[in-house]
Design a protein around this ligand. Structure first.
Ligand SMILES: C[S@@+](CC[C@H](N)C(=O)[O-])C[C@H]1O[C@@H](n2cnc3c(N)ncnc32)[C@H](O)[C@@H]1O
Length: 277
């Protein structure tokens, strides 16, 4: 019998096959464009010109290009060679390749090849820690290890509560295919194991507990799309009006930091600062 693929092998296969479709993830709907903006605002807040940044799970490079625009030097990494090739292409097309210092395959759950204190910041947006499953805390700890004291790790992970709410119709359909117990297990563990897109979704309390156990301080946390995952037509009407759009983004940014909201988005976005030596 073939041994089960590891988490990293499964993710690599999934994202190799997904290919260029991943490029549209942050732009294909109004809600995803809100999420893009929240992630961009977090980068703008924590990344200073000249910073040397390790980007983990960089995918085709939306945020590599943002980091370059902020004046950072980026070491680009991903588990998927196909995503790395796309990253090279999209970053070059955006005229940002001169900001990339290196580009290589890296598993967020194994940063052993990277020396301590190598970077001013680490960015792991769009769920790399969600693909580390039970190794997520060790992986976040390793992201801190390779960051200089006082530097930040910025991450977003899939959110259990908000994703269940957002995808409830799909869950209802899939219960007929996979059985209800699969979803009881998913709710209990946060692990989505019944589709090719295997990942771990987090409760906010789990992130808070991890952060409390690691040598870092929480700088900020928010729930991406907690306000803006509702009526697509209403969202459209906001986006068509520049003034209303900016207001919606600011409401989303502010209100999704409320403790009662942190579980309500499709992703939990957070920044932690490594404790000073
Ligand atoms: C949803 S995409 C996010 C891409 C990009 N960071 C963004 O936010 O647009 C997740 C990325 O994480 C990568 N990934 C999955 N598992 C990983 C792992 N164990 N280590 C590093 N990267 C991983 C995937 O190949 C994919 O490019």
């Amino acid at each position: 019998m073939m041994p089960d693929a590891t988490n990293a092998e499964r993710s690599r296969r999934f994202y190799d096959e997904l290919g260029i479709i991943e490029w549209d993830r942050m732009t294909r709907s109004v809600a995803s464009r809100v999420s893009m903006e929240l992630h961009r605002r977090m980068l703008a807040r924590f990344i200073t010109p000249g910073a040397r940044v390790l980007e983990i799970g960089a995918g085709p490079g939306r945020f590599t290009i943002e980091l370059a625009g902020l004046g950072a030097t980026v070491v680009v990494s991903d588990i998927s060679p196909v995503q790395l090739e796309l990253n090279e292409r999209m970053v070059a097309e955006a005229g940002a390749e001169s900001s990339v210092e290196d580009r290589f395959v890296l598993d967020v759950a194994d940063l052993s090849a990277i020396p301590d204190v190598s970077f001013d910041a680490v960015v792991a947006f769009g769920g790399p820690l969600s693909y580390a499953f039970e190794a997520a805390e060790a992986a976040l700890g390793d992201c801190l290890r390779v960051t200089r004291p006082g530097g930040c790790v910025l991450a977003s992970v899939m959110s259990l509560v908000g994703s269940l709410r957002y995808h409830l119709a799909a869950v209802a359909e899939e219960m007929s295919l996979f059985g209800a117990e699969v979803f009881d297990t998913m709710v209990r563990t946060g692990e989505q194991r019944h589709t090719p897109h295997q990942c771990r979704m987090f409760r906010w309390s789990e992130i808070a507990d991890m952060v409390n156990r690691l040598p870092c301080e929480l700088e900020v946390a928010s729930a991406s799309n907690a306000i803006s995952s509702g009526d697509p037509e209403a969202l459209d009407s906001f986006e068509r009006d520049t003034d209303r759009w900016q207001r919606l983004l600011t409401w989303e940014e502010e209100l999704t930091k409320e403790p009662g909201t942190l579980d309500a988005g499709t992703h939990i976005l957070f920044a932690v600062r490594r404790a000073s030596a």
